[in-house]
Ligand binder design. Sequence first.
Ligand code: XMP
Length: 510
Amino acid sequence: MNHQKVLVLDFGGQYNQLIARRVREQGVFCDLKPSEMTLEEIKEYNPIGIIFTGGPNSVYDEGSPKIDKRVFELGIPVLGLCYGCQLIAYTLGGAVSHVTTSEYGKTETFYEKSPLLKDVPEKAVCWMSHTDAVTVLPEGFKKLAHTENCPYAAFGDESRKIYGIQFHPEVNHTQYGSQMLKNFLYEVCGAAGDWTMSNFVANQITALRNKIGDKKVLCAMSGGVDSAVAAVLIHKAVGDNLTCVFVDHGLLRKYEADEVMSVFKDGLKMNLIKADAGEIFIKKLKGKKDPEKKRKIIGKQFIRTFEKEAKKIGKVDFLVQGTIYPDVIESGKDKSAVIKSHHNVGGLPSVVNFEEIIEPLRDLFKDEVRKVGFELGLPKSVVMRQPFPGPGLAIRIMGAVTKEKLETLRDSDYILREEIAKAGLDEKIWQYFTVITNSKTVGVQGDFRTYENVIAIRAVTSVDAMTADWARIPDGVLEVISSRITNEVKHANRIVYDITSKPPATIEWE
Ligand code: XMP
């Protein structure tokens, strides 16, 4: 696609993806690439601007990532953040030192006049996080900001369009941070702002139409955001040449399967086949208590079911995958630290006959996928859907899965979701669900003794599911949830609230 590009070179900082998202939010496309990219590769990439991210190293550490000095001679504007700004100073002949008072957190900052700081007042708060700082500027640079302990909180060479910022404009705690990034993109790099989701949709539809033509496409749809948006995009491009297969493994939440059918088949008139496989999944899971075994059984059965449906369709040319940008970023960060421990149920079916995989969302961050979903007219219930694990409710029933437990889980989960939405918390909490623990306790309901399941409520806040904190749901809301579940749901007589963060716990219980 023909749009301007900014190159974000990743030096391993914790905010690397956030920087890329912030650039995109300003309507400018960018890619996050490893800092080892060569000069030739950078030239070929042809960016309108380059941003160096922060990183955990000190520029004087042996083996710390460096930058080819000739990058500064390309005439392409450069912005270095945190480690990136120290690297600019170090590479161009300035000096960086260990500061006696390291700064961390909100810091009062004093700004000068500069294109980078257009519409930024003389004094504001920034978010600092550093132990080294630039102490001598390279020739041609001038100070653009300072704090009490940081003489060059920002600096720049306006004629060469090279800027450094010691703090983090990408985090929300930095006042005017997004203004500074906007200034770099529009005032310094001269961006046109041609990255919008409506452009993306229009361009993708044309590109997909050209690529697919009259050929046949197959998509495994889970009802999750990514596969739904990918499928609808392709449907807009090639209509009935797309067939979607939706495997209902009987482990979905209440009304979920019906909602998928009603939105995609009845509403959007998509060619959607539902495979009702609940019985076989339950049979295969019978008596199986070990979480990993349960996962494997479900994964395998999912593929078998998908293959059976796909075989009926015959040969297809393309298979759709809902891959998104964070899955394909080749980060400079230690890769083992970012790889998810879970894979989606499914993987690639081995006996389905197809020529090529298409991944229409592989350039997009999750928030962009959601915007595309809205552009395509998908309802909020689909676009803002909370993450849901491939093995579904099976990993929220501790131990063996039974139909009776599935019903108790569905009913309690539905009440939880209703009350969270009523309290206006549904967009603030990353994931919220109920779990059937493998404990039973004694209770009294009416005049009778009961001996029933303990239901746990799990609700967490998170940005990427890698770490999470337990959500502070107000007492009043918890009270209503507890009372409704024990009154309205069969086989539940006690509710507990999980107050564990991740780590040490995981989000799901199994
Ligand atoms: P944990 O429980 O490891 O989960 O903190 C992190 C995120 O991944 C989801 N999850 C899964 N997703 N297949 C999936 O597709 C799985 O087997 C699986 N297990 C957990 C979980 O809901 C959370 O969002």
